[in-house]
Design a protein around this ligand. Structure first.
Ligand code: NAD
Ligand code: DAU
Length: 356
């Protein structure tokens, strides 16, 4: 199914105040003036409306604060707005937090997704023409690779953390609604994103933040774990393409063809930061501290993104070193954003902007 462009359409984006969601919202609001984009977000610790200041007054953008776990609220929202499409990003997304509090991940990632599926099914009433439920997922559902091999769309699911188990479960629910009720859906599973607006609990922004403040850089285990890094705007571009042109009931892997062992990536980051901060060569590297490993730590992720390339013509456009430099520059140019996150002040933005 291709969704024709230029039509009027009301699209719900969940989790749009988060890292990837804010890039997707911005892209859709700017690229599709004929769409009404509704951003539904609970504004957990990870949701930050300062991420969307530049587009918050656009006429085709509307923010709604709400919880996808609240089924009645979701049903009422869908009845009111009669969405044509859902792009579902809202989630608890940090592996370390899932190890501390798995149930929160079950609630948001599993129950929240099922609430959205039920509400979509209920308003679309089997009249699925032009309708689409797009579920954004992760490569972590496939578990861990050894030294070689790549995750493809037919790799078996073998999640190892409560986070990835909850995402795997939500993927299965989405697929099951397609099989059982005919709900038109598409799923994508992406590798590690990096870029502006990422909450500084994830590796790259945490380490940028710590380097700025001369704080230790906690590398888990021996640092030999491998991740496949993708610039967030490339992910947003893939999401736009898949939403409009992806095939119904298919899943697409998205990745950067860009594998790095953590320790090598961190050393590159340190050297780039030294240059940007006019510090002595090697100064930031001295902050590296090897700490206790993450339990169940997946050794290696790497994506085979051939399918999306062949079917939809997508490929990553940002070279890693340039993307990392852009990311560093963004954090250094946006110290107020970082200060507000560090102090917790960003959580007041909703009250000042939306409740005046
Ligand atoms: P994030 O943690 O930065 O943002 C998540 C957003 O969801 C926040 O704005 C938060 O307030 C909102 N949210 C959380 N619980 C909610 C609830 N109950 N109701 C409504 N809103 C709620 O996450 P992210 O890194 O931007 O990831 C977005 C999506 O992409 C997630 O589904 C994640 O699994 C997936 N993903 C992330 C990556 C990555 O590298 N970050 C890679 C692949 C896939
Ligand atoms: O692969 C996609 C996934 O990437 C997404 O689904 C997740 O939402 C996202 O958080 C990310 O998961 P990771 O666990 O790979 O990302 P994180 O930034 O937490 O960690 C990246 C690597 O760095 C991982 O091997 C653990 C390591 N690490 C992380 C932190 C926070 C450290 O060594 N030290 C740290 O302090």
């Amino acid at each position: 199914m291709h969704l024709s462009l230029g039509q009027k359409r009301t699209v719900l984006i969940t989790g749009g105040a988060g890292f990837i969601g804010s890039h997707v919202v911005r892209k859709m609001v700017l690229a599709y003036p004929s769409y009404q984009i509704v951003n539904l977000d609970k504004l957990t610790y990870a949701g930050n409306l300062e991420n969307l200041k530049d587009i918050e007054k656009y006429p085709n953008y509307k923010f709604i604060k709400g919880d996808i776990v609240d089924g009645d609220f979701i049903n009422n929202l869908f009845s009111k707005w009669n969405f044509d499409g859902v792009i579902h990003l809202a989630a608890e997304s940090h592996v370390d937090r899932s190890i501390e509090a798995p149930l929160e991940f079950v609630k948001t990632n599993v129950l929240g997704t099922v609430n959205l599926l039920n509400a979509s099914k209920s308003i679309w009433k089997e009249n699925y023409q032009g309708k689409r439920f797009y579920h954004i997922s992760t490569d972590e559902v496939y578990g861990s690779l050894g030294e070689t091999g790549l995750f493809s769309e037919i790799t078996s699911y073998r999640p190892n953390s409560p986070y990835s188990a909850s995402k795997a479960s939500s993927d299965h629910f989405v697929r099951s609604y397609g099989e059982t009720y005919g709900l038109p859906y598409v799923i994508s599973n992406c590798s590690n994103n990096y870029g502006p607006y990422q909450f500084p609990e994830k590796l790259i922004p945490l380490f940028i933040n710590n380097i700025i403040q001369h704080k230790p850089l906690p590398v888990y285990g021996d640092g030999k774990y491998t991740r496949d890094w993708l610039f967030v705007e490339d992910h947003a571009e893939a999401i736009d393409l898949i939403y409009h042109k992806g095939k119904n009931k298919e899943s697409y892997n998205i990745g950067g063809f860009n594998e790095w062992q953590n320790i090598d990536m961190v050393k590159l980051l340190c050297s780039l930061m030294d240059k940007r901060l006019f510090r002595d060569k090697g100064e930031s590297e001295k902050l590296i501290t090897f700490v206790k490993d993450r339990p169940g730590h997946d050794l290696r992720y790497a994506i085979d993104a051939t399918k999306i390339n062949k079917e939809l013509g997508w490929e990553p456009s940002v070279i890693f070193r340039e993307g990392l430099e852009r990311t560093i520059d963004w954090y250094l140019a946006n110290v107020t954003w970082l200060d507000h996150v560090n102090s917790g002040e960003y959580q007041n933005y909703y009250n000042t902007r939306y409740k005046q």
